[in-house]
Design a protein around this ligand. Sequence first.
Ligand SMILES: Cc1cc2nc3c(=O)[nH]c(=O)nc-3n(C[C@H](O)[C@H](O)[C@H](O)COP(=O)(O)OP(=O)(O)OC[C@H]3O[C@@H](n4cnc5c(N)ncnc54)[C@H](O)[C@@H]3O)c2cc1C
Length: 386
Amino acid sequence: MQTYDVVIVGGGVIGASVAWHLAMGGCTRVLVLDAAPGPGMGSTGKATGGFRVQFGSEPNVRLSLLAWEKLLRFPVEVGLDPGYRPCGYLFLTEREETLAGLLHAQAMQRRLGVLAARPVTVDEALQINPAVAAEGLVGGVYCPTDGFARPMEILRGYTEGARRMGVRFEYGAAVRGMAARDGRVAAVRTDRGEVGAGAVVNAAGAWAGKVAAMAGVDIPVHPLRRQVAVTEPFAGLPECMPLTILVEAEFHLRVRDGRVVMLWSHQPNPADPFDTTFDEAWLPQVTARAHRWIPSLRDARVDRAACVAGLYEMSPDRHVLLGAAPGVENLFLANGSSGHGVMHSPALGQLLSEIILDGAATSMDVHPLRPSRFAEGQPNAAPEFL
Ligand SMILES: Cc1cc2nc3c(=O)[nH]c(=O)nc-3n(C[C@H](O)[C@H](O)[C@H](O)COP(=O)(O)OP(=O)(O)OC[C@H]3O[C@@H](n4cnc5c(N)ncnc54)[C@H](O)[C@@H]3O)c2cc1C
């Protein structure tokens, strides 16, 4: 039986980042197994590419700050452009109470060093994004260093970089089971046979609960369908328009490659939570919000073929579970980023490789992200607005 120091289940952006960081740390006997026939066919390829530090909790802001530094260094360290573009994130609200919450979060962000984040009046918001119909708004918050990155380029950078250092990636290799005893995983089983593992990383995104269960571990990570409406090429909004969020409408949009990308609320399929079929009935609801808030979009046409549905990997407190799985000392989790996994992937790969190779994360305090927090009754409690 072939044996690796680390077997990573899932070759999406998080699995690839963990692989790259392990290899950079000198651990190159690493195997990445992915059930899909090629890279990026889980949630990573569906992500819209938003990047922000404007979060409601300290751990998420710290993860974003670490990821931001790493995205800035990515061209030099990893060897390609991850597409980071500081076009900004503009949160807008119709309620004073929500505004107070956004400003409270912003005070925390500024305390952690995000000095570019600032409150905006409605008039200032209109200068930042003149396309918005401001009626009913009371204000918002803005951070110009938030913006965009290219999920598939981050994935490509980490995958190709890890490969160059000797990491092996196998696609079409679904992990079906694990040999676990005495609190350790000894091997993982695929249709091609068993592979011995010194350690196993669960990087299976929305499917992480199923993979953890193979080692007898129950983790609270569940899929949530998220749909994206995409217009035909539309010249009416600038490419570097800030990602604009209407908080109460649960609607946000950006421009990507000349098309407008619009999201509204979550769209679970109760019959099959892993379903990624696009639900047509949802489209009129998202376009109604688009027309209300961005009137120029009345001239844009939705390109049905470009619309997609994917899965968020939700945890109960919408923070990642990072570290060793409770009860299985060599099974490591990087699961439950709750729709923020691409932007946090550079940080998560670094932190998990520190945990695996050095026994503890040194780049930031990951105690609030420990997988055991739910069983201990200590989930993170900060509100999020997106
Ligand atoms: C519509 C949409 C928009 C999003 N927008 C953003 C955004 O703007 N910014 C952001 O940061 N995040 C965004 N996200 C979230 C982001 O896509 C995820 O957080 C991120 O991709 C998670 O990365 P991952 O590597 O854990 O998961 P994935 O990319 O899903 O990778 C997991 C991999 O595990 C594999 N796998 C599963 N089970 C097994 C098994 N048994 N054996 C082997 N392999 C297995 C799958 O094939 C898959 O390739 C969005 C998600 C969606 C759906």
